[in-house]
Design a protein around this ligand. Structure first.
Ligand code: FES
Length: 144
C-alpha cells in the first residue's frame, strides 16, 4: 500500500540531521509563547492557520499601535521546527511596521536560525502565515 504524504514525513530520516544551536535554543526557550488562557491577552488582531500536510496549527496574537507591532504572542500545535521558527519570528517582528513584518518570511526566519533541515523548511511557513492572517484580519476590521 502506498504511504501517505504524512507517513512519509514522519519516517525517520536515513541521514542524521543537525539542528543549529539557535534552533535548539528557541525550541527549548520559546520567546513570546502564550502560556495559559489566551482570552486574558489583550490583542488588536489574531490569525490562525493550519498546515494541511502535517495537521499542525498556529495562532498569532498582535498588539498594534501606530501601525507597528508593539507586542506579540503565539500558540501552536506544532513541531519543534515550527516552535523555533515562530519564536524567532516573534522576536524579529517586534517594533516593526505591519508591512515590514510581512516581509520577514520563511527565508529570513531560517537564515536567522542558522538553517533548518530541508524537509523542515515548510515548518517556518506556519508562523509567517499566521502573522499574515492576523494582519489581514486587522486591516479588514479597520475598513469596517
Ligand atoms: S511538521 Fe508541521 S509544522 Fe513542522
Amino acid at each position: 500500500m502506498p504511504k501517505s504524504l504524512n507517513d512519509q514525513q514522519c519516517e525517520p530520516s536515513p541521514k542524521p540531521f543537525v539542528y543549529s544551536e539557535i534552533v535548539k535554543e528557541h525550541f527549548l526557550n520559546p520567546r513570546n509563547f502564550l502560556m495559559g488562557d489566551e482570552s486574558k491577552y489583550q490583542r488588536d488582531a489574531e490569525g490562525t492557520v493550519g498546515n494541511p500536510v502535517c495537521g499542525d496549527q498556529m495562532t498569532m496574537y498582535l498588539q498594534i499601535e501606530d501601525d507597528k507591532i508593539r507586542d506579540v504572542r503565539w500558540k501552536t500545535y506544532g513541531c519543534a521546527s515550527a516552535i523555533a521558527s515562530t519564536s524567532a519570528l516573534s522576536e524579529l517582528i517586534k517594533g516593526k511596521t505591519l508591512d515590514e513584518a510581512l516581509k520577514i518570511g520563511p527565508k529570513e526566519i531560517t537564515e536567522f536560525l542558522g538553517g533548518l533541515p530541508e524537509h523542515k523548511f515548510h515548518c517556518s511557513v506556519l508562523g509567517h502565515e499566521a502573522l499574515a492572517e492576523a494582519i489581514n484580519n486587522y486591516r479588514s476590521k479597520l475598513q469596517k
